[in-house]
Design a protein around this ligand. Structure first.
Ligand code: ADP
Ligand code: ZN
Ligand code: ZN
Length: 736
């Protein structure tokens, strides 16, 4: 028997299937097993993807598999098909897709199952009073034996901790205690109170949505529900019923919404049947949660993007919450779009896919409008709570009226009222750090990173300049390196600056900050949110990180300090993103008993984004935006295809880039209608980490789109050079 194996090599262009001999004793091997195989001079890991009777190669050349690495297949048949799908659609190597399906720490056997000794009483002693078989003086042994008798068993380390280790040892020596090695599962967030699920009666709108979803078969639903309309209850209801039917479920949320609240709701509802997958878990925890899913001990998975690869069979529903979130697009290798992967799995399992959002992406809403998705609505907040009132402040007028500060008069008045009323406030700023850039007032010099073509950001806590692309740090300037002037100006406001100023204004008030800098460590963001939720602080300052999904009952005021920042990105999704950011931030205010208010500071108060966001008018925003996309030829009317070339040697890049561009240009001349735009040029960010960057940027449309994409894949695959990396992106969220 011959096994077809994909070897797991990290750096290499190898995307080939290798034949290996299945040695006797290993006939149990099936596709989906991990195996160790000889490759070159060493043994490396691989995945069995197929079996066959004979190979086309000489029998003498085929080496035998060294060993199987697991007791059962770890990649399910459905995932094998998903691998083929992703490979073709996104131009990926097989090994890179398969790798997505396993917890990274499992590869190279970096974590193993945690084995521990579990102690029980030998049959003769069960139920007996230990006084019958122990000496009167052996009090420590007596205590330990009573404990094991009453609890039915205990882990050895637990006994050693709570009783005399010597006594436990003696009991084992006398064969009164039997110790057996067992696998222990490291359950994350064990401290979260489980059970006590508060079953709510769904509103008419919620139950209509839930019943429609549960109607049967594969279909994609877009659940458009305003913030606080109870979308989560709809998801949980669908998942509950799925589990009752003996099926399984996946629910995706943006990484940042994976909060204790979310876990609590999930655990309370589904108990141990729920597995949590996210990057904040320790390697061991992640591995064990994954195993619980694979073995069927947990049947509902909740997690960020990568949880879409949860090893579940017989899916009954897949949910993508906050479907508009850009984190669902994987921007690094392996690049993929979660919605498409989810749709593949839902189709395979013939089950519904639910996309939910208060601010659906223009692309998804367009599909709902054209009938590809079924649209479901929750137009009102639970208990008809009013949407928060939004106040737009024109910052140009503030400036003219003599207030050059970062807070408008209106915001400060509202904040005063909020603080005096004993409530909480959230303050959004769209960038971390202290200020966005450092500029010389005399000559206009701006500090840039030496390795990347981007401005440095001042971080006041450590008095340094930081590159947000490569994390390099620099000394703060005392004078301009170009002209020597000491007048250095700091640009836009960042989260640190807002925090500092708020502390000055409210010295006695607790203030927390949440951004990439304060959430570096595991669980840091959970801690900040927990502390805010417990009322340890009254003001939470943060980037868009805090805009999503969180439910803090005492928050009555939301301040958006610089709404325009995301509007100025030169990117077709800028308006869409700003609308989402404003609506989502505003959605944090007044969710429970108190009415909420939002103060939005802007330099463009009449921009259509704000007009529609203020009136909660997604429908008209969508129409306007769609119209602009159509006239300018952007998605969803076209697909943006971008081939990026990077490397440290511009000459080497040219050797691949130029012929590839020429070939695509020739191809495009034959398909004038399909190509709306085609140009080869440097990327907007010309260099990252010392690598030059060039792009072939295209916008294509029409029925031939898929074929054109495949052709671009083929062309980029044809021209290769040492030290030059090339990849193709589809509708990338960032065109930097
Ligand atoms: P969304 O996800 O749409 O923003 P949530 O699901 O967070 O909204 O619900 C908002 C609030 O309303 C939550 O506190 C939730 O517990 C509560 N809620 C949801 N559905 C109901 C219901 N049917 N009855 C009472 N309260 C509900
Ligand atoms: Zn200067
Ligand atoms: Zn840099």
């Amino acid at each position: 028997m011959i096994a077809e194996v994909i070897v797991d090599i990290t750096n290499g262009e190898v995307d080939r299937i290798f034949d290996y001999l299945v040695p006797s004793g290993m006939e149990f091997l099936k596709p989906g097993y991990r195996v160790l195989v000889p490759f070159g001079k060493r043994d490396i890991e691989g995945y069995v993807i197929g079996l066959k009777e004979r190979s086309e190669l000489d029998a003498g050349k085929i080496k035998p598999i060294v060993k199987a690495l697991d007791e059962t297949p770890v990649i399910l048949p459905e995932m094998m098909r998903l691998s083929d799908f992703m490979r073709a659609k996104y131009n990926l190597r097989r090994a890179d897709t398969l790798r997505l399906f396993l917890p990274s720490e499992m590869r190279k056997n970096r974590v193993k199952e945690l084995k521990q000794y579990y102690v029980t009483l030998a049959p003769d002693y069960i139920g007996k009073d230990p006084a019958q078989y122990l000496k009167k003086t052996a009090q420590s042994q007596y205590d330990a034996a009573v404990y094991v008798r009453d609890s039915g068993g205990a882990y050895l380390n637990e006994l050693n901790r709570n009783f005399s280790a010597a006594a436990v040892r003696q009991l084992r020596a006398k064969n009164i205690f039997l110790a057996e090695e067992t696998a222990v599962l490291r359950t994350p967030y064990k401290h979260l109170p489980g059970g006590g699920a508060r079953e709510v009666a769904l509103t008419a709108a919620q139950s209509f949505a839930a019943e429609t979803v549960k109607g049967g078969g594969f279909k994609t639903f877009l659940l458009h529900g305003v913030t606080g309309s109870g979308k989560t209850e709809v998801y949980l209801n669908c998942i509950s019923e799925t589990l009752e039917k003996g099926k399984t479920a996946i629910m995706l949320v943006p990484e940042i919404s994976l909060t204790p609240q979310m876990f609590r709701a999930f655990r309370a509802r589904f108990g141990e049947g729920a597995a949590i997958l996210h990057s904040g878990l320790s390697a061991g925890e992640r591995f064990d949660e994954w195993r619980r899913l694979l073995t069927g001990r947990a049947r509902a998975a909740i997690g960020a993007r990568s949880a879409i690869f949860a090893p579940l069979q017989n899916l009954g529903v897949v949910v993508i919450d906050e479907e508009h979130d850009s984190s669902y697009i994987s921007e690094n290798n392996p690049r993929y779009f979660t919605h498409e992967v989810a749709a593949f799995r839902a189709k395979e399992n013939n089950c519904p896919l639910v996309l939910g959002s208060a601010t659906p992406s223009v692309a998804s809403y367009y599909r709902a409008k054209t009938g590809e998705y079924a649209l479901l609505r929750l137009p009102e907040r639970i208990n008809k709570k009013p949407m928060p009132e939004m106040l737009c402040v024109d910052m140009r007028k503030e400036m003219r009226a003599g207030n050059p500060g970062i807070f408008s008069g209106a915001f400060l008045r509202e904040l005063d009222a909020c603080m005096n009323g004993g409530r909480q406030a959230m303050v959004f700023i769209n960038r971390r750090g202290h200020s966005s850039f450092v500029m010389c007032r005399a000559c206009g010099y701006t500090a840039k990173c030496a390795a990347c073509d981007v401005s440095l950001v001042y971080h006041s806590e450590d008095e340094i300049l930081k590159c947000h692309y490569c994390d390099a740090t620099y000394h703060m300037l005392s004078a301009c390196p170009e002209c020597g002037s000491p007048h250095i100006r700091l640009g836009n406001v960042g989260t640190q600056r807002a925090e500092t100023e708020l502390r000055k204004l409210y010295p006695g008030v607790g203030i927390l900050r949440m951004d990439n800098d304060t959430t570096r460590t595991k669980d840091a963001h959970l801690e900040i949110l927990e502390r805010f939720s417990r009322g340890e602080a009254r003001i939470l300052v943060g980037t868009q990180m805090i805009a999503k999904g969180h439910d803090f009952p005492a928050v009555t005021l939301v301040g958006i300090l610089d709404a325009d920042l995301s509007l100025h990105f030169t990117d077709y999704k800028a308006a869409e993103r700003t609308f989402q950011l404003v609506t989502q931030s505003a959605g944090r205010a007044g969710r429970q008993d108190y009415a909420g208010r939002v103060v939005l500071q802007t330099y463009a108060p009449h921009h259509y984004v704000y007009t529609y966001a203020r009136n909660n008018n997604y429908g008209d925003f969508f129409k306007k935006e769609l119209n602009i996309r159509e006239t300018t030829g952007f998605p969803p009317f076209t697909t943006i295809v971008r081939a990026v070339y990077s490397g440290s040697d511009e000459g080497e890049i040219g050797k691949c880039f130029s012929p590839a561009l020429a070939e695509i240009e020739a191809f495009a001349r034959e398909r004038k209608d399909a190509f709306l735009f085609l140009r080869g040029m440097r990327c907007p960010v010309k260099m990252i980490k010392g690598d030059f960057r060039f792009q072939i940027l295209m916008r294509v449309r029409g029925a031939e789109t898929e074929q054109i994409i495949q052709n671009v894949y083929a062309v980029t695959g044809r021209y290769k050079s040492r030290g030059v990396a090339a990849f193709v992106e589809l509708n990338p969220p960032n065109l930097h």
